[in-house]
Design a protein around this ligand. Structure first.
Ligand SMILES: Cc1ncc(COP(=O)(O)OP(=O)(O)O)c(N)n1
Ligand code: 3NM
Length: 541
């Protein structure tokens, strides 16, 4: 007969103890199936054998009507009694070879995996195993996972690399909810093999909902769309659709024209750009934001940033002086929930292990849309040793192939990557754009990189608003945390900043860094789209 093909996309693990008061288990189950659950595991920790068999039997009866397979948690006897599609077992349950002997060749076996050793062993047993449940991704209230480190999207991706080529599928489990789902799916794409999760296993987000149909449908939408966006990446359309065009069709002149249009959108829409930035640059960041026509707001308290989120156009998180970690966590998570562009500037991340840890912690909490950094910062994010760091500056001549670095990191992080320096490189994982504008005086003022990050925030907010004004939200776009051309936004932020710096540096009244700093703000204010197009030195690599 052979084993049944399984769609792991939205895998419901039951948990009667988490049902809302008054909600019947079978009613909730049926609603979740109507919402699009693709696989069900009956997990009963307190039922005796007879009761477990009865629940599994009725569950299967309902699931059969929706053509959705049922697996049984731990109990081979219950699986055999009811004739379900298979079992899910943990590391301390029945040994795998024995389980396979008992249930036969046609049934599915899933195994829990919570670290790299277990993943390696699972891969060695791929002949008798079908899939692994990888967790816990995040802390969960549905199971005692004390003493186990949450894997986060990165740890999940590492496990995907370990099972690469084994034929095993992988689902993630633990603490997965709608707001962190897109972050998990994109952030867990395996760094080496580019393999992705086959699906997500969920208890509370569905079971504890009073509207399980809606809860399941929302999760399914994001998973389905993620799978479609993976296809788009394979087709070289980039993590955000690559300027909405295929690589060969993007030309530098058209790109400059789009930047011109976006400059007008910023002025017309005056988007509010929330900036959690460092104390060294806060004033200049606010001033450059105002100069291009956007509106800055600088807020750090966790409650305040939470409440601000629906109103903002974009969020910049620049952790230069790392004072507000809790606020940054809340603000970033809310930006993901509200689908606002999130620009992450991991200032001096390569300089200390503390900074690297904070960055990991923040990135486990939310998904950035655009990551901007100098060579040392991007090198640290890419775990490259090619470029060292000294404080907030890079040391050395940079990467041998900067375009390849930004492209690979964009794919790994599922974000637009902006590498600043004498030449700037920007990639969405498909296209790489090189910008050769700028003035050497930018290196002589403090916070020029931070100001560039602020401007990227302004243009990202504008790109989103422009998209929403011109398009109805399409189903296919729901895999993207934010809508709008974020690659264009990053290009616009860097191009406008560097062209204005050239104009400012050429002024006769600019005698050095002090006068340059003031002139730069003036020239950002006065910059016209025509000057940007005329001076733009853009190349598509
Ligand atoms: C899909 C999936 N993954 C992991 C688990 C956890 O199983 P286990 O380790 O056996 O722990 P219990 O569920 O028995 O508490 C799972 N059930 N499903
Ligand atoms: C059953 C289970 N197993 C886990 C593991 O890490 O192995 S986490 C978990 C609970 C998942 O529930 P929720 O979706 O509510 O977080």
């Amino acid at each position: 007969m052979g084993r049944q093909a399984i769609d792991y996309s939205v895998y419901l693990v039951t948990g009667r103890e988490f049902l809302p008061p008054g909600k019947d288990y079978y009613e909730s189950l049926e609603e979740s199936l109507q919402g699009g659950v693709t696989l069900v595991q009956v997990r009963e920790k307190n039922a005796d054998t007879g009761e477990f068999i009865e629940i599994a039997r009725k569950t299967k009866e309902i699931c059969d009507r929706y053509n959705v397979p049922v697996l049984i948690n731990d109990r081979i006897d219950v699986h055999l009694a009811v004739g379900t599609a298979g079992i899910h077992i943990g590391q301390t349950d029945c040994p795998l070879p024995l389980a396979r002997t008992l249930i036969g060749d046609d049934a599915i076996i899933g195994l829990s995996v919570s670290n790299v050793e277990q993943a390696t062993r699972a891969a060695q047993h791929s002949d008798i195993l079908d899939y692994i449940g990888v967790g816990a991704v995040w802390p969960t209230g549905s199971k005692d996972t004390k003493g186990r480190k949450s894997l986060g999207p990165d740890g999940t991706g590492e496990i995907l690399d370990l099972i690469h080529g084994s034929g095993l599928e992988a689902v993630a489990i633990g603490g997965i909810h709608l707001p962190n789902l897109a972050q998990l799916l994109h952030g867990s794409v395996a760094p080496k093999s580019r393999d992705a999760l086959a699906g997500i296993a969920i208890i509370s987000d569905i079971v504890a909902s009073t509207t399980p149909k809606e809860a399941a449908a929302n999760l399914r939408l994001v998973v389905d769309s993620f799978k479609r966006s993976r296809q788009a990446l394979k087709d070289e359309a980039g993590v955000f659709g690559g300027l909405g065009q295929k690589r060969a069709e993007v030309d530098a002149k058209k790109l400059a024209e789009k930047v011109q249009e976006l400059m007008a959108v910023v002025k017309r829409e005056t988007p509010l750009v929330h900036q959690m930035t460092n104390t060294v640059v806060v004033n200049d960041s606010a001033n450059v934001t105002l100069a291009v026509g956007a509106s800055p707001i600088m807020s750090t308290h966790p409650r305040d940033v939470h409440d601000l989120s629906p109103a903002i156009g974009a969020l910049l998180i620049n952790f230069g002086t790392i004072g507000d970690k809790e606020g940054m966590k809340v603000a970033g998570r809310q930006a993901n929930v509200n689908r606002k562009p999130l620009i992450f500037d991991p200032v001096a991340i390569g300089a200390t292990s503390y900074r690297r840890e904070i960055s990991e912690e923040l990135l486990a909490h939310w998904q950035p849309t655009i990551i901007k950094g100098n060579a040392a910062e991007i090198g640290a994010m890419a775990k490259s040793t090619e470029v060292a760091s000294r404080g907030v500056d890079s040391v050395g001549s940079g990467f041998a192939d900067p375009g390849a670095v930004v492209k690979a990191l964009a794919r790994k992080r599922a974000a637009i990557i902006v590498l600043t320096g004498e030449k700037d490189y920007i990639s969405d994982g498909s296209v790489v754009i090189k910008i050769s504008n700028g003035s050497h005086l930018l290196e002589r003022i403090t916070g020029s990189g931070c100001q560039a990050g602020s401007l990227i925030g302004c243009f990202a907010a504008a790109a989103r608003l422009d998209y929403l004004a011109k398009n109805e939200t399409k189903f296919e776009d729901d895999s993207q945390l934010v809508q709008g051309d974020m690659l264009l936004a990053a290009v616009a932020g860097i191009l406008v900043y560097t062209v204005a710096s050239e104009v400012a540096a050429a002024r006769p009244d600019v005698k050095g860094p002090g006068t340059f700093r003031a002139a730069l703000i003036d020239e950002l204010y006065n910059l016209t789209p025509d000057v940007v197009a005329e001076k733009a030195k853009l190349e598509i690599l």
